[in-house]
Design a protein around this ligand. Structure first.
Ligand SMILES: Cc1ncc(COP(=O)(O)O)c(C=O)c1O
Length: 441
């Protein structure tokens, strides 16, 4: 006998919300029901300017007809096809297009469904690469304090956020961390890359001294977004690259938020002119319309793992939804929009305007730093005495009430609007934020 239960209207209890203060939210919910261009709309029809491109992902603006139509057409043509020992044309086409965008010989693309999966995939490829070359002792990973690499066991372990680990206890063994590069005393109110801190990369030499030839890979975000917009000091990434090269260590750039135009180049590695061995990406690859992630590898990695293996499956890794046809369709349509509208070029053209607007917040009550690069800004606030994170949270709530979506982490407000934003909308972002900062004094 089947039991049919009517769903309860307005029931907020069943959905266990991710990275959310569930009880606080469900007491005073903030709902989004519709999106278009650079705006969201609440169920009541109130317009909210999207200052965060969703979650750093809707780079080309919401509900782009080109992308929506490509997904609809693909859903009708072929909803799913396996990519284990089978293939479908869009998967190969999208991989080739991503390879074309990525710098240097970052030409081999492994698809997955999220940033977290991309990170765990990259870590596994690093291990497989070293084993294929007879260096199976290289099993240690190096991450960085304040790094965010998603929530899989690999990404959580190399990540540098205590709060994300403390409930779970078990993390990967053999993980070390570099110090973070956030130095307010020296670099506050820097525009673009800060001057001080390149020497922090030298800590990797000390880890090599301790762990010798057991380090497989270093993973960092070229610009860390989730822990509050930490921009790499001048010379820092170059130094990491040089030390990795010297010791046979792979360098992975986690470009889940910096990929696809955010910093005014296809990838941050292009903007900073430092070529990693692997790039992890997700989010903007499909404009977030269908979940997708990817690991982009240099040819020598693929050659070592694939061409060096005996006949048969070369890498025992993959996801049912690797290169899902709907994601591929969304990805191809997204990359067409990027090309047609030169979204990276737009970012470069808007960057100095964006920077000036952001730095105009300097001098407002409790603003202790403003930092920016590409179409990203971080505004750091002095915590309320005894109530860390509360000031930024209250500013976030007030901004939402006044029609602006921001993202807060700790006492930092992070801004990363769709790359299609216009100057008057940039003015609106900073007008609302500045009012909220004054109001929450
Ligand atoms: C740098 C970085 N890596 C990994 C992730 C995890 O991505 P996802 O939430 O798609 O698993 C994020 C998410 O914000 C990120 O910013």
């Amino acid at each position: 006998m089947s039991v049919v239960t009517a769903s309860r209207p307005n029931d907020l209890e069943s959905f266990w919300m991710p990275f959310t203060a569930n009880r606080r939210f469900k007491g005073a919910p903030r709902l989004l029901a519709k999106a278009s261009g650079v705006h969201y709309f609440t169920p009541e029809g109130r317009q909210v300017l999207d200052g965060t491109a969703g979650l750093w992902c809707v780079n080309a603006g919401h509900c782009r007809p080109e992308i929506t139509e490509a997904i609809q057409a693909q859903a009708a043509e072929m909803d799913f096809a396996p990519t284990f020992q089978m293939g479908h044309p869009l998967a190969f086409e999208l991989a080739a297009r991503v390879a074309e965008l990525a710098p240097a010989d970052l030409d081999r693309v492994f698809f997955c469904n999220s940033g977290s999966e991309a990170v765990d995939t990259a870590l596994k490829i690093a291990l497989a690469y070293h084993r294929a070359r007879g260096q199976g002792q290289r099993t240690r990973f190096v991450g960085r304090e304040r790094g965010y690499h998603g929530v899989g066991f690999g990404g959580m372990s190399v990540g540098g956020i205590g709060a994300n680990k403390k409930q779970f206890g078990a993390t990967l063994p053999n993980v070390s961390h570099l110090p973070h590069t956030h130095m307010l005393d020296k670099n506050a109110f820097a525009r673009g890359q800060p001057e001080h801190g390149a020497e922090l990369a030298d800590h990797l030499e000390r880890l090599v001294g301790l762990h010798m030839d057991t380090i497989a890979a270093v993973i960092v975000e070229p610009m860390a977004g989730s822990t509050g917009v930490l921009i790499p000091p001048r010379g820092y990434l170059e130094r990491l690259r040089a030390i990795c090269d010297k010791h046979g260590i792979l360098l992975i750039f986690d470009e889940v938020i910096t990929g696809f135009g955010r910093l005014g180049a296809n990838f941050a590695s292009e903007r900073f002119n430092v070529i990693p061995d692997m790039i992890t990406c997700a989010k903007g690859i499909t404009n977030a319309a269908v979940p997708m992630g990817a690991v982009i590898c240099r040819e020598h990695l693929y050659d070592a793992v694939v061409n060096g293996a005996p006949d048969g499956i070369e890498l025992f890794h993959g996801y049912t939804y690797s290169a899902h046809p709907l994601a591929c369709a969304a990805g191809l349509a997204t990359l067409d929009v990027h090309r047609k509208e030169d979204l990276s070029g737009r970012v470069r053209a808007l960057e100095s305007y964006w920077e000036d607007c952001a730095h105009a917040l300097r001098g407002l009550p409790n603003v202790i730093d403003v930092r920016n690069i590409g179409l990203v800004a971080g505004v750091e606030l002095a915590p309320m005495p005894g109530k860390a994170t509360e000031r930024a949270y209250q500013i976030f709530v007030r901004c939402f009430e006044k029609g602006l979506l921001t993202r807060v982490t700790g006492d930092i407000v992070a801004l990363s609007p769709p790359l299609t934003i216009e100057k008057p909308q940039i003015d609106e972002i900073f007008a609302i934020l500045s009012e909220a900062i004054r109001a929450v004094d």
